[in-house]
Design a protein around this ligand. Structure first.
Ligand SMILES: Cc1ncc(COP(=O)(O)O)c(C=O)c1O
Length: 414
């Protein structure tokens, strides 16, 4: 077989044109924004007629939930949900070590300590066996994260929570339209939180929503996001400690337009991901994120690969990523273990000190799978790479195959 010079060594890249543009918008967004502008109603105070309220109903319906309550962003959604669940000072919340920092910092913002547990080596989702081991008398809630848009094992997590009287708050910030055995994420736990930040599969620049089936939790969420007001109360009647986490009508308008495309784009990502996984199966050392057969829809906010350097002649992940980028395929290594960040360590130590006077240093949890995923194995491709044509998908495979073929020539110092 003819050796092709890698782009990182001055050869021609597999791909020179960009992947599908993100965000996607058209005259529907333009029209909706102008409508808000001309109405003069830019804040969502009228619960019946506002764009935000319309979106809340439509998004909740699309995710099989009784209530939807929008907030400023996904981080706020997690914090508000924790507060609504009664999580507070001195409590512990079980979270996966492989996730965005907001999953853990939301706990600290609510006064609770995040307790990190390891992930499943195949799916990179929270490992239910580790969840059970981490429960203490202080545990109040579990936050399973549907990582990359792949639903976590809710069949195991929900009974564990139920048997210990814990709340389950799904972090579905990356998982719009994903489903587990036909049930949409965000509708299975006590509450489910989504993000509409720019990179997310539904994008309003910023934004978030909390879903719940419970009337009581919906009322508590409503209060926390509305400065502690109560639904039937007066404007200057504050019954609980809350804050202003309300969304604007601009976001509500954009979100209604974006939601109209959600199912179609989700199907496109699924079809292209299936093609990508099928083709990658022929390349030893590249393993797509494991997908449990009970995952009936994966949101593919991220297409996650597990990279094995040994199969690529010892080429480390950093060098592989540099070579793949040079071939015109945007990619990244993803997370670092959250418990290694100073912010989290300081937050947990400070909290413990204020609750019990114990100022001892931060004790690192034992999460070898997270360490491997973060330091050696994980490779991320963003969702928009799956919104184009079959040729786009095939370029990813061609680029990886080209690197494998020429692995010995990749500069090692990367
Ligand atoms: C898993 C996860 N949780 C929470 C968030 C926070 O969402 P936001 O950026 O809207 O605050 C994100 C966003 O990156 C996320 O990926």
């Amino acid at each position: 077989m003819q050796m092709r010079k890698l782009a990182i060594n001055g050869g021609s890249p597999i791909r020179t044109c960009p992947f599908a543009a993100w965000p996607i918008w058209d005259e529907r967004e333009e029209h909706a924004l102008l409508e808000v502008l001309r109405s003069g109603v830019w804040g969502a105070l009228d619960p019946e007629r506002s764009k935000v309220a319309q979106f809340e109903r439509a998004f909740a319906r699309s995710h099989h939930a009784r209530h939807g309550l929008c907030v400023t962003n996904g981080s706020a959604a997690l914090e508000v949900a924790l507060r609504a669940a009664g999580v507070g000072l001195g409590d512990e919340v079980i979270v996966p070590a492989y996730t965005f920092i907001a999953t853990a910092s939301a706990c600290l913002m609510a006064g609770a300590a995040p307790v990190f547990v390891d992930i499943d080596p195949d799916s990179y989702n929270i490992d239910p066996a580790r969840v059970e081991e981490a429960i203490t008398a202080r545990t109040k809630a579990i936050i399973p994260v549907h990582i990359g848009g792949c639903p976590a094992d809710m069949d195991r997590i929900l009974p564990i929570a139920q048997s210990h009287g814990l709340s389950v708050i799904e972090d579905a910030c990356q998982a719009h339209a994903a489903s587990w055995k036909g049930s949409r994420v965000g509708s299975m736990g006590d509450m489910g939180c989504f993000s509409f930040q720019s990179s997310k599969n539904i994008n309003a620049g910023e934004g978030g929503i909390i879903l719940t089936q419970s009337d009581e939790l919906a009322n508590r969420v409503w209060s926390v996001r509305n400065c502690g007001r109560v639904r039937e109360g007066l404007w200057y009647q504050h019954e609980h400690v809350g804050f202003n986490y309300r969304m604007t009508e601009w976001q509500g308008a954009i979100l209604l337009a974006q939601l109209a495309r959600m199912e179609d784009l989700a199907r496109r990502r699924e079809a292209n991901a299936a093609r990508l996984s099928g083709r990658l199966a022929g390349i030893a050392g590249i393993t797509p994120q494991g997908r449990d057969p009970r995952v009936t829809q994966h949101a593919y906010h991220l297409y996650i690969l597990r990279y094995d350097a040994v199969s690529f002649g010892g080429l480390n992940r950093a060098a592989f990523l540099a070579a793949l980028q040079a071939e015109g395929i945007p990619c990244s290594k993803g997370y670092y273990p959250l418990y290694r960040t100073r912010a989290i360590q300081r937050g947990v130590v400070g909290l413990r000190g204020s609750v019990s006077g114990n100022q001892a240093g931060y004790e690192l949890p034992d999460c070898p799978v997270t360490e491997r995923a973060c330091d050696e194995e994980g490779v991320w491709l963003a969702q928009n790479l799956l919104l184009g044509t079959k040729d786009d998908v095939d370029d990813i495979v061609l680029a990886i195959a080209k690197i494998k073929e020429n692995a010995g020539s990749v500069p090692r110092e990367a």
